[in-house]
Design a protein around this ligand. Structure first.
Ligand SMILES: [Zn+2]
Length: 234
């Protein structure tokens, strides 16, 4: 089984090495688009190998392929981040960068094959803090009435699975089936960096928090009111 993982790692590293030189903002967009096109089949191979390992009940291999899948997804999101920035789509660029960060963090949680990503994650963090102003992040306080374990489906806390740990090719999450939002607060270190103030009011106008461009009032989101939800806490 070790050989299967090692063999795939060599192939994975070869593909990553061939696109790494374009993994910098100033490279031509055509090379970054080509890199995405090369990574897409690699992501599929990771998924196929993971499915095969799950079918054969090979938990270590399933978790290793899950980590490879997250690593490929992270790199793809980084390329999409550069392309969105070049298209002047700053909000989308932010989302791609945050997705790249979370995928890399999930890869590290999944298996030792991704144990070397600390520097990569630091690099993504540096891009975030150098290229964007620090957003006002929101955190929502929930009263959870019912939640399930994503691995076995029983009431969360009633089984031995722990959120954020890998089980047969899946990271465990606490799936909230029923809850009520109690409050929305502004925080500096949120659980979800997608949850941020996208606009601010400037006299009678609304502006984009990143670009400062005026946005039409109908496109402005307001904080969520108390409501029931279905969501995941991972
Ligand atoms: Zn469980």
């Amino acid at each position: 089984m070790k050989n299967m993982i090692e063999e795939f790692r060599n192939h994975f590293d070869d593909v990553v090495e061939s696109v790494e030189r374009y993994d910098i903002f100033v490279r031509g967009r055509e090379f970054q688009e080509q890199s995405l096109a090369l990574l897409r089949p690699l992501l599929n191979e990771c998924r196929e190998n993971k499915e095969r390992a799950i079918k054969n009940s090979q938990e270590d291999a399933a978790n290793a392929f899950l980590a490879f899948e997250y690593m490929a997804a992270s790199l793809m999101e980084e390329f999409r981040f550069y392309l969105a920035l070049k298209d002047d789509k700053v909000d989308q660029a932010w989302d791609h960068l945050i997705n790249a960060e979370s995928a890399a963090a999930n890869a590290m949680k999944s298996h030792q094959v991704a144990a070397h990503l600390t520097n990569y994650i630091e690099r993504l963090d540096a891009l975030e803090s150098l290229l964007f102003p620090k957003p006002a992040f929101f955190s929502t306080g929930w009263v959870v009435h019912r939640s399930e374990c994503s691995i076995c489906g029983v009431e969360y806390g009633e089984c031995d699975h722990i959120k954020g740990r890998p089980y047969m090719g899946q990271l465990c999450a606490r799936v909230v089936k029923e809850g009520t939002a109690k409050e929305v607060s502004v925080v500096s270190d949120p659980a979800d960096k997608h949850c941020r103030a996208m606009h601010f009011s400037d006299d009678d106008k609304w502006r984009n928090a990143f670009t400062h461009r005026i946005v039409p009032p109908e496109s402005v989101d307001h904080p969520p009111k108390s409501r029931t939800l279905e969501g995941r806490i991972s």
